[in-house]
Ligand binder design. Structure first.
Ligand SMILES: [Zn+2]
Length: 398
């Protein structure tokens, strides 16, 4: 904020309050309006911008001015037909912004890093019954079962989602100071954490190594980020499979060595042959299944060598049953399979370093965000996502 636009009286008051050990929350003062706009999904395919008063910030709370928030597949499902029964709901869980008011008890983030006014943060899970939890306590628990801002039922506070001007972070929330990442990187943290988690799950098989041949099926944002995470781990022989030439081209930019367009092959034998050719006459050591298509799950076993491994992460929601042949696909080939869903707090923190490494080795992470919209155009943003245009869509506040 511009110092000239700050109310001098407010600054003096804060300084005096600080000297006297007064318990008023530290705040950017005059810059904060009385109300905030929140995009509330009031019925399917209809967000309304509602204006709510900004509540008093208590000793354990944080008020954040939202800078941006990615649109997730989960948001798109909820927007279309409310499968989670959340309406009316303030959506947006891939958000980031700046602390403009902070309670006196809030000194450190969930990684133990100092936080202060002006820092940029992201939120992770909310543990109401365990407010002092940090990333070091929760190695094995993934986000399933915990609450998340942007998927909360509406309440008296209303400022519960990141598709808004301000969000109100309460006691029991995990959050991280990510002031050292740029805005687009911060918007990408949540989807990237999904892939950091998936690769951690894959590593538990003991099959994934530096020189592994890896096939990534599906080149939407999840598959593309999967390739990026593998590249930052030093895995270089990656074959990407998709049906869209544009996405396959981007997969190459992300570091895939070869691509296979499944639409150019009739039948699974021909497709598996194309994958084998792309690896120079070998099947994959390891496969990541990043689509929500049951047929894609059935097919992927044919790409994997005897004794290889598979990480299935495409079925974020129920996409129906898939048929496999237990003898040929798993048993006789001795395939080791892991499932992966969302992430843990620890993965979230790992993701910050991943984003820095990805930039460091020149991966075009920013290009994943293909469309941005202001908050007023949130309905259009969600409709763009439903039309499957572009890759990642984000709301960016001015
Ligand atoms: Zn998400």
């Amino acid at each position: 904020m511009d110092i000239n636009s700050m109310n001098i009286e407010e600054i003096v008051r804060q300084v005096l309050a600080g000297m006297a050990g007064n318990e008023t929350p530290v705040s950017a003062g005059a810059g904060i309006p009385k109300t905030a706009r929140v995009a509330v999904l009031t019925k399917p395919e209809n967000f309304e911008l509602k204006e709510y008063p900004i509540p008093e910030v208590g000793d354990d709370d944080i008020l954040v001015k939202v800078e941006g928030c990615g649109v997730c597949g989960t948001d798109a499902h909820e927007f279309k037909r409310d499968p989670f029964g959340l309406i009316p709901v303030a959506l947006g869980h891939e958000g980031t912004g700046e602390i403009v008011k902070i309670g006196k008890n809030v000194k450190k983030d969930s990684a133990g890093k100092d936080v202060k006014l002006g820092d940029k943060i992201v939120t992770c899970m909310i543990f109401k019954d365990n407010p002092d939890i940090t990333m070091f306590d929760l190695n094995k628990q993934n986000v399933g079962g915990a609450d998340v801002y942007g998927l909360l039922p509406d309440d008296d506070i209303h400022l519960n989602g990141w598709f808004s001007d301000y969000i109100f972070i309460r006691k029991g929330s995990t959050f991280f100071n990510v002031s050292d990442l740029d805005l687009y990187s911060r918007v990408l943290i949540e989807p990237c954490a999904v892939l950091v988690h998936a690769v951690e799950r894959a590593k538990t098989t003991g099959i994934l190594r530096f020189n592994s041949r890896v096939v990534v099926q599906g080149c939407g944002p999840i598959g593309l980020i999967c390739i990026a995470v593998l590249r930052t781990m030093g895995i270089e022989t990656i074959v990407a499979v998709d049906g869209e030439p544009k996405r396959l081209e981007f997969a190459k930019e992300m570091g895939a060595s070869k691509t296979v367009n499944f639409k150019e092959y009739k039948g699974i034998e021909a497709l598996a042959g194309a994958v084998e050719n792309a690896f120079g006459g070998h099947l994959a050591d390891f496969a990541f299944q990043c689509t929500g298509s049951p047929a894609a799950h059935s097919n992927i076993y044919k790409f994997i060598r005897n004794g290889g491994g598979l990480c299935e992460l495409g079925f974020f929601i129920n996409g129906g049953d898939a048929t496999i042949n237990p003898h040929f696909d798993i048993c006789s080939k001795e395939i080791t399979t892991v499932g992966s869903w969302v992430y843990t707090l620890r993965d979230y923190a790992t993701t910050f370093d991943f984003l820095k490494r990805a930039k460091g080795i020149g991966l075009p992470m920013d290009k994943l965000i293909t469309h941005t919209f202001p908050l007023e155009e949130i309905n259009e943003a969600l409709k763009t996502n439903l039309r499957m245009e572009g890759l990642k869509i984000a709301i960016i506040n001015k």
